[in-house]
Design a protein around this ligand. Structure first.
Ligand SMILES: CC(=O)SCCNC(=O)CCNC(=O)[C@H](O)C(C)(C)COP(=O)(O)OP(=O)(O)OC[C@H]1O[C@@H](n2cnc3c(N)ncnc32)[C@H](O)[C@@H]1OP(=O)(O)O
Ligand SMILES: CC(C)C(=O)C(=O)O
Length: 554
């Protein structure tokens, strides 16, 4: 008998929906977010949060802007109960935030849950029971009528207990747990039974929450199920339609997004997807997905490092460096063509136009990340990446020929090290290769005059310890110096490329010049086919490399 045997599993059933509308829709505004970090997230931890950690998580959730927060399962755990009492007694709940608690549809648990919430100004009492065929037959041993009776009784106990606390504004929520494995018409039927008890109105709606308790089909199937439900349930104007997706197949966010297209108003999830098994849907990801489409997510996610820190403290989990939107490496490009494209796009990106930078779906600065990490160089990187680092960290805008040569040096170094090459090492390679401090020839000083329409130079150079006075003329200082050098040494020089730029602004600003020369060792005589000197660069101080000089020097 094979152990790895796919024939023991069944595909998801098709939903009886003919003309589905959800594929034609787009999301134009954020749904109502509900954080279930303190309940679903908490119940899945190796060590559930104590009251202190719950308070830390609560403070973060409020700061991020959640208006509905499921704070626990108080009938099940004393820390949950105590935390809720602290929230209420210490008046920690802002006026625009509604707390929610979960309970099974069991009388004693419902009674205790209401006790936990006594004194709250506004609260959601969330009751659930499981409705799928497997749960009905194998867990509860009941037929549809028996399962419906659990829901109806639960709804009635909720209603009865709420009447005992009239000072609180109650909202009721019902979840047919394991909804996605429930026959669609039965899911509607059991929810109708709950509505019959609660009698919601448009002024006082109730919440029906459809979960993928265990994600077992592609997100489009869930969207079909949600659309079927939304178009078959009665009193739609008296219902807030909520979804609660899990990530067993890795599609919890996609399922919630398609569910919103299919009519969901409200989404329950957790920060970074903590929760049972593979987790709940990740609200940070879905909110950032909206943000990157130009939709206000209605949560302030601009300080992801704080989210990461509180998340780790409260859950004990670390976050993968490639976690969508906020992982450490998600705005970092290592590969050459990506770096090249990012550099070119960032140069062209204007502050007053929509973001158009290849390989960066959003501006990392929106999340407090700078461009430091955007380009990191390893053996997969090319000249674009190396140029990016030299510009970003040293303000040096290398000409193309220099980028090509430096990138080859960096690549060799990276292959030898088998890893990343940091910015200081790249700069070191640049200095070693192009800027020779112990040059055989140095320019000690010069005088430039304008005579007969030409620039005439008198240059003092030191060549291997010996001082020389050189004289030459040409169009501009560089041509005059090249002429002087050729007269002095007989070596023919040709300026192949010259560029310069300031290193800062202002008339006193330092500048840098890059010179590429072709050198012919023979006596000066007009000839063709010169060889371009390897890495030859002559700065304004006449060193064979780059040199800083004062721009006023001309
Ligand atoms: C998908 C979700 O995440 S749902 C939320 C799940 N979260 C939790 O369960 C965490 C908190 N729960 C707990 O700590 C415990 O389950 C408690 C304290 C609430 C209850 O504990 P216990 O009564 O000892 O046991 P247990 O949970 O095993 O109870 C199962 C019993 O409740 C019944 N039951 C389970 N869920 C429900 C429900 N939603 N509504 C009504 N009855 C239910 C079961 O049929 C079973 O009945 P049986 O004893 O007649 O066989
Ligand atoms: C109780 C419900 C909301 C739940 O957590 C689930 O089905 O996953």
């Amino acid at each position: 008998m094979k152990t790895f045997d796919h024939t023991k599993y069944r595909p998801a059933a098709a939903v009886p929906i003919r003309q589905r509308q959800w594929p034609n829709n787009t999301i134009t505004r954020a749904p109502r977010w509900v954080s279930v970090d303190l309940r679903d997230g908490n119940q899945a931890l190796l060590e559930p949060m104590d009251v202190a950690r719950k308070r830390r998580m609560w403070a973060l959730l409020v700061k991020l802007g959640f208006k509905e927060i499921e704070v626990g399962f108080p009938a099940a755990s004393q820390p949950d109960y105590d935390f809720i009492r602290w929230l209420i007694e210490e008046q920690q709940i802002p006026a625009d935030v509604t707390v929610q608690v979960l309970t099974q549809a069991r009388e004693e648990l419902i009674v205790r849950s209401f006790e936990a919430l006594r004194g709250a100004k506004r609260a959601v009492m969330h009751v659930y029971n499981s409705t799928s065929t497997v749960q009905r037959e194998r867990v509860f041993g009941k037929d549809r009528a028996g399962i419906t009776a659990i829901a109806r009784n639960g709804a009635a106990w909720v209603k009865r207990e709420a009447e005992k606390y009239p000072a609180t504004e109650w909202v009721f929520e019902y979840t047919p747990e394991s909804f996605t494995s429930t026959e669609p018409e039965y899911a509607v039927e059991i929810c109708e039974a709950v509505l019959d008890v609660w009698q919601p109105t448009p002024q006082h709606p109730c919440i029906l929450n459809l979960p993928t308790t265990v994600e077992s089909a592609t997100p489009n199937v869930f969207a079909d199920q949600v659309e079927y439900f939304a178009t078959h349930i009665s009193r739609r104007d008296s219902i807030v339609l909520s979804v609660h997706t899990h990530n067993d197949r890795g599609c919890a966010v996609a399922a919630a997004e398609l569910a919103v297209l299919a009519g969901a108003d409200r989404v329950e999830g957790t920060l970074l997807g903590n929760g049972e098994r593979t987790g709940n849907m990740d609200i940070v990801t879905m909110a950032m997905n909206l943000y990157s489409q130009g939709v206000d997510p209605e949560l302030d996610l601009s300080s992801p490092d704080e989210i990461l820190q509180v998340y780790s403290e409260c859950t004990g989990f670390s976050v993968h460096p490639r976690h969508p939107w906020i992982g450490e490496l998600v705005y970092t490009a290592f590969s050459g063509s990506h770096q090249d494209a990012i550099r070119k796009c960032l140069h062209q990106q204007r502050a007053d136009e929509p973001w158009q930078v290849a390989y960066l779906p959003i501006d990392p600065r929106d999340l407090g990340r700078d461009y430091q990490a955007v380009v990191r160089v390893n053996s997969q990187s090319g000249k674009g990446g190396v140029a990016f680092v030299m510009e970003r960290d040293y303000g040096l805008h290398l000409p193309r020929w220099m980028q090509v040569e430096l990138a080859q040096l960096v690549q060799r170094a990276s292959e030898e090290r088998r890893g990343e090459i940091d910015s200081a090492t790249i700069h070191g390679l640049f200095m070693q290769h192009f800027v020779v401090d112990q040059a055989p020839v140095t320019l000690e000083g010069y005088r430039l005059d304008r005579r007969d329409g030409r620039d005439v130079i008198a240059a003092h150079v030191a060549e291997q310890g010996a001082a020389h006075q050189l004289h030459g003329a040409g169009e501009g200082a560089l041509a005059a110096f090249v002429d002087a050098w050729m007269r002095h040494g007989g070596q023919r020089l040709n300026v192949v490329d010259y560029s310069e730029h300031a290193l800062a602004s202002g008339t006193d600003a330092e500048a840098v010049a890059y010179v590429q020369l072709s050198i012919d060792g023979r006596r000066a005589r007009p000839r063709h086919g010169e060889r371009v000197a390897q890495g030859g660069a002559l700065g304004a101080e006449s060193r064979p490399g780059i040199a800083n000089r004062n721009i006023r020097g001309g």
